[in-house]
Design a protein around this ligand. Structure first.
Ligand SMILES: Nc1ncnc2c1ncn2[C@@H]1O[C@H](COP(=O)(O)OP(=O)(O)OP(=O)(O)O)[C@@H](O)[C@H]1O
Ligand SMILES: [Mg+2]
Length: 215
């Protein structure tokens, strides 16, 4: 069964919002699900995330970063995702391998060949069956992320990635778009500048078609 569905895009593009809403829809339809995210989908991954996102770690080198994300993915795939797929659950995952190519590969400039090697090893060569790419200008995404942090009273806690320069985020956006262009069939490219409900309608339609859900 085709059932690993990933949600990708730059900071504040609406991944978590859209994944939560489509999960509500699938739960209502009694679709067996695993709702998860990277790097925090396991206890170990959450601890690794604490190291990765800590603003105090601004001096972390890109090589350390990529190994930490891949370490979290190794645990996540083996502990959570593979077992769920074996039980025929649909897995909804907020960020996955494409984020490593976009952020550490194209954003940070690490070798894409090396990333492929360690990512295939970490992910047991598991590939998403369907990937939503939420695309929008970085200025809009970052503004949304900042407003969200303000609402959560966490404005001073914007993480190590949110504090990167605009150029970095622009490279990440272009990186995602280049992955999309190299594998358009796997992707559903979403214009994320639209309102939440309009986007969600499109996401629900695509997911329902994809898993052959009858209304
Ligand atoms: N289409 C939209 N229009 C306006 N605001 C939106 C839209 N989608 C999400 N938001 C708001 O923008 C903020 C960021 O959304 P969300 O947390 O879903 O993004 P994200 O892609 O998961 O971000 P991050 O990469 O930081 O986890 C939230 O406050 C959310 O309510
Ligand atoms: Mg999110």
């Amino acid at each position: 069964m085709k059932s690993l569905i990933t949600f990708e895009g730059i900071e504040g593009s609406g991944k978590s919002t859209q994944m939560r809403l489509v999960a509500e829809y699938l739960i209502e339809k009694n679709v067996p699900l695993l709702i998860t995210s990277e790097p925090s989908g396991t206890d170990i991954g959450r601890k690794i995330g604490g190291i990765l996102f800590n603003r105090g770690h601004h001096y972390m080198c890109a090589e350390t970063e990529v190994f930490l994300f891949c370490a979290a993915r190794s645990q996540h795939v083996r502990e959570m995702i593979m077992p769920a797929l074996k039980e025929n659950r649909v897995v909804l995952c907020d960020r996955f391998s494409d984020a490593t190519y976009a952020y550490q590969g194209i954003g940070r400039g690490l070798s894409l060949e090396f990333i492929k090697l360690i990512n295939d090893y970490s992910s047991m060569s598991l590939r998403p069956d369907l990937t939503f790419l939420f695309d929008l200008p970085v200025e809009i995404g970052l503004k949304r992320a900042m407003e969200r942090n303000d609402l959560l009273k966490e404005s001073s806690f914007s993480d190590r990635f949110e504090r990167e320069h605009l150029d970095f985020h622009r490279r990440v956006r272009e990186g995602y778009l280049s992955i999309y262009k190299s594998e358009p069939k796997r992707f559903c490219l979403i214009d994320a500048t639209r309102n939440i409900d309009t986007i969600q309608e499109e996401v629900r339609r695509r997911v329902a078609d994809f898993i052959n859900l009858r209304n």
